[in-house]
Design a protein. Structure first.
Ligand SMILES: NC(=O)C1=CN([C@@H]2O[C@H](COP(=O)(O)OP(=O)(O)OC[C@H]3O[C@@H](n4cnc5c(N)ncnc54)[C@H](O)[C@@H]3O)[C@@H](O)[C@H]2O)C=CC1
Ligand SMILES: O=C(O)CCC(=O)C(=O)O
Length: 416
């Protein structure tokens, strides 16, 4: 994944004619933190995990990005995802740099008490490198508002009451209206813009989803509300399809009860991995990374792929999609609604003020549409695909901020 994120960066860097030296500066993470987490299981045994926080860039503001709890979490994955956060925050023009992290654990193997203790131990180990003006974590795969609340509580023991240290918190603990739905809602807003540019409407399209967690379920819900037909959904345990369109509210309720879309009675079951090559207009990968590869890219039948997940497409697959005329809406644009509303949450925490849901949705829509327009304009003037355009826009914004911080700097002095 690390090589892939660098490959996408370099595609844009080539268009911009960046020197190797500047590439090196922009790609090198500021700080990589790796910590051992020793806790006790419910049976009194020692359990060991490794936690990571990779801080990529602070040029445009405090570093920002989610925490993932998954067996795949390692230094390379966290570094690649931290790097993506730097470009994502620049694409939506929120005042942050990029970071990412997590713990290499399988939360399904842990009790709530164990998860709580592991989380608090992690916070104790990284407390000196996070903070409301330093680095602000948020939810990602297998983390949620409850865990963000624990993080805030634990950090506040060291630093005093600090709601701004983390976003995606519960509403009654100074979380924000609209954060839970934000990433999925943002995906839908970007899809609407893409379809508008093609003189199509969201009511005309069929959509297939891989992943039905926070991002996938809210994206499906908001698309269905606007009239899109969600014809297939696959997750870690199975898939369900309905050519007439799945009832998404019922599917959400089923998943909340059963932990998966598998065996949902409102559709036909299928092998989950088949969802990527489903017969549909729009494919939304909304689960893990590296799922669209050279091995399945030729079989994808959608004409638009909206990357709700981070890094779902390998560069080889991306090349195949380009050749086949399949439009890929890149992660650093498509899923940036989450970090955008995280910014609103942090701003509310700092101001000790609350925004209503209507204002959050309006501002989110405004940010996403502006970001799409800016990326589409670069794609047109430079004659490049949307991913390269998004990277160009982001690199320019980060680069200009870096040089403005030290106006007479040469590349070697770019602030980091
Ligand atoms: N939560 C957020 O605000 C943001 C999340 N993202 C990205 O969106 C993606 C999904 O994140 P969340 O929805 O937050 O996570 P989540 O933990 O709420 O949901 C993950 C979903 O992926 C499915 N999944 C896991 N393994 C799978 C497999 N092998 N095959 C098919 N499906 C599988 C799960 O069943 C679940 O439906 C990730 O790539 C994440 O980095 C991006 C921006 C913000
Ligand atoms: O809300 C945030 O701060 C970050 C969300 C995130 O991890 C992501 O956009 O990939």
């Amino acid at each position: 994944m690390l090589e892939e994120s660098r490959a996408y960066f370099c595609r844009a860097a080539n268009v911009l004619g960046l020197s190797d030296r500047v590439r090196d500066i922009l790609l090198t993470p500021l700080r990589i933190v790796k910590v051992g987490l020793i806790t006790e299981s419910d049976e009194g045994k020692l359990i060991k995990h490794t936690g990571y926080r990779v801080q990529h860039s602070r040029v445009r503001g405090p570093m920002k990005g989610g925490l993932r709890y998954h067996p795949s979490v390692d230094e390379d994955e966290a570094t690649a995802l931290a790097n993506l956060m730097t470009w994502k925050t620049a694409v939506v023009d929120v005042p942050y740099g990029g970071a990412k992290g997590g713990i290499n654990c399988d939360p399904t193997d842990l009790s709530e008490r164990e998860l709580n203790e592991i989380t608090r131990t992690f916070v104790g180990q990284i407390k000196d490198v996070i903070g409301p003006t330093i680095d602000i974590p948020a939810p990602d795969v297998n983390t949620n508002a409850k865990i963000m609340g624990w993080i805030m509580d634990e950090y506040s023991k060291y630093a005093g009451f600090s709601p701004g240290v983390v976003t995606g918190k519960p509403l009654h603990l100074f979380g924000s209206e609209g954060r839970e739905e934000a990433t999925g809602r943002g995906v839908t807003i970007v899809l609407e813009e893409v379809l508008r540019s093609q003189k199509q409407s969201i009511t005309d399209v069929t959509v297939a989803f891989q992943g039905f967690g926070n991002v996938g379920s809210f994206a499906a819900r908001t698309m269905a509300e606007l009239g899109a037909k969600i014809v297939a959904v696959g997750d870690h345990a199975g898939g369900v399809s309905n050519p007439e369109g799945l009832n998404i509210d019922e599917l959400v309720a089923w998943t909340a009860r059963h932990g998966s879309v598998a065996k949902f009675p409102g559709g036909d079951a299928f092998e989950s991995s088949d969802v990527l090559t489903w017969d549909c207009d729009v494919l939304v990968p909304a689960a893990l990374g590296d799922v669209l590869t050279k091995d399945n890219a030729e079989d994808v039948r959608a004409s638009i792929i909206v990357e709700a997940a981070n890094s779902p497409t390998t560069p080889e697959a991306d090349e195949i999609f380009r050749r086949r005329g399949i439009l890929v809406v890149p992660d650093i644009l498509a899923n940036a609604g989450g970090v955008t509303v995280s910014y609103f949450e942090w701003a509310q925490n700092i101001q000790q003020f609350r925004w209503e849901l209507g204002r959050i949705r309006h501002e989110l829509s405004d940010h996403m549409r502006k970001a799409y327009e800016a990326v589409a304009a670069v794609a047109k003037t430079r004659d490049v695909d949307l991913r390269t355009a998004a990277f160009i826009l982001a690199i320019q914004r980060v680069g200009e901020a870096a040089l403005s911080r030290r106006p007479y700097a040469e590349a070697k002095d770019l602030p980091r």
